[in-house]
Ligand binder design. Structure first.
Ligand SMILES: Cc1ncc(COP(=O)(O)O)c(C=O)c1O
Length: 429
């Protein structure tokens, strides 16, 4: 019993596991403790053997880590569906998930069909994702030799940094924006120069030019449409930034929902431009993880050498190829989301405590007004089963971001908003 006890306590040392266990109610430590003991006790004795005592000169495991990683702030991801469901005490189908800009229409039916009859799950995937890159060549209008595929655009952001940044190098981030740029910079021991966006969320090009001069950063990350507000970068600003001595990474994760065309082809003209896109939003494949980017030829060969050979799973390649086989579905879903975004914007405009911002993406950012807390509003909506994202940090205080779903999701959100506002008015009376 003592042995199994010792083994069972080890997992609690991971903050991730500990915070997941905290989500189970009530009382989490007792449930988690007893269930893990039960699992450990039922293992055969050979698997529950005590590890030998380590020699005394072995230091803490953390001492082996690269020092800058010890300073890393943990990334706070969105809660997985099942954990959310347990925490809210609601079944998954009773949760309206508008907090992570997922595509609630899901992928074309061809995707599940193709995955269901996948031929060789036992064989490693094509390290060059040739089939998918050929399909993307047609879809994006840029030759496959410029295209690299990744385990989500997230992987490509990290890969770009791993290939370009030495410890101590700088990147420019234009907050509020997608937080992975700053997160990956920290993982890669780079520092972040922040050039905050203007009041209307446009990139402050003058301030950016000054920062480039002063700090000589390696990379500038631009997001268009920008997450969390949905604004676009205009051509004039982009061209001006491309003339600066810096690598420009243009993240177009949401470009399909805008009236602007992708700049993927521009990498043929600009040797300092990388354009990133993803299947997560346009094709409803966020859970499968497929992103892609177009790169100048002068650069892409080195990314090929540095990437993990099997970074794109066979499942991911099959799913993305199947999705591209049904462009009509993708187009119809895009149109439906744009239509719903306009409808949602009109409705949010009439909510007294919210000011929505016009968006070119599949989400709408809203300022929360009238002394109301964005955090509390998010929590109150969650109690009604509607998840939205809130912002209460130095870069964006008192905002919520709502993903655009189907008409029924808009309806559920508006009903929940009415309930929350009515209840809080009743409390004040
Ligand atoms: C601007 C932006 N870029 C990239 C991503 C990540 O895309 P992927 O799911 O392909 O990793 C997101 C996800 O929300 C995003 O908002």
């Amino acid at each position: 019993m003592a042995m199994s006890l010792r083994l069972s306590l080890l997992p609690f040392q991971s903050p991730t596991d500990a915070s997941m266990l905290r989500l189970q109610q009530p009382p989490p430590s007792i449930i988690a403790f007893s269930s893990i003991v039960a699992v450990a006790s039922s293992l055969p004795p050979s698997q529950t053997a005590m590890p030998p005592n380590p020699p005394s000169h072995i230091k803490s495991g953390a001492s082996f880590l690269r020092p800058h990683l010890l300073q890393l702030a943990p990334y706070t991801p969105i809660e997985p569906f099942e954990i959310l469901s347990a925490r809210l005490g609601r079944s998954v189908k009773d949760i309206v998930k508008l907090d992570a800009n997922e595509n609630l229409y899901g992928p074309p039916p061809e995707v599940l069909k193709a995955l269901g009859c996948m031929d060789f799950p036992n064989i490693y995937p094509d390290p060059e994702s040739r089939r998918l890159r050929a399909a993307l060549e047609v879809d994006a209008g840029v030759e496959a030799e410029h295209i690299l595929v990744g385990c989500g655009a997230d992987e490509l952001i990290d890969l770009i940094m791993r290939c370009t940044l030495d410890p101590g190098d700088k990147i420019i981030d234009c907050p509020p924006t997608f937080t992975m740029y700053a997160f990956d910079a920290a993982v890669n021991a780079a520092s972040v120069v922040k050039v905050p966006r203007l009041h209307d969320f446009r990139v402050d090009v003058e301030a950016l030019a000054r920062a480039v001069k002063e700090h000589s950063p390696k990379i500038v990350f631009l997001t268009s449409p920008n997450n969390p507000d949905g604004s676009l970068i205009n051509e004039e600003d982009l061209l001006e930034i491309l003339r600066m001595p810096v690598l420009v990474v243009l993240d177009e994760a949401y470009i399909e929902f805008s009236n602007q065309s992708s700049r993927m082809k521009w990498v043929k003209e600009f040797d300092n431009l990388i354009v990133l896109r993803t299947f997560s939003k346009r094709a409803g494949l966020a859970g499968i993880r497929v992103g892609y980017g177009s790169f100048p030829l002068s650069m892409v060969q080195y990314f090929w050498r540095a990437k993990q050979p099997y970074n794109v799973s066979a499942t991911a390649e099959i799913a993305a190829c199947a999705a591209l086989k049904n462009p009509i579905y993708l187009e119809n879903v895009k149109e439906a989301i744009i239509k719903e975004r306009e409808q949602l914007f009109t409705l949010l405009h009439d909510v007294p405590c919210l000011t929505p911002y016009p968006s070119h993406a599949n989400f709408i950012l809203c300022a929360v007004k009238g002394g109301r807390s964005a955090k509390k509003l998010k929590a109150d909506l969650a109690k009604c089963g509607v998840m939205v994202r809130h912002y209460d940090n130095a870069e964006l205080r008192g905002f919520i971001r709502i993903s655009v779903g189907k008409p029924e999701h808009t309806k559920a959100l508006m009903t929940a908003l009415q309930t929350v506002l009515r209840d809080s008015a009743a409390i004040q009376e």
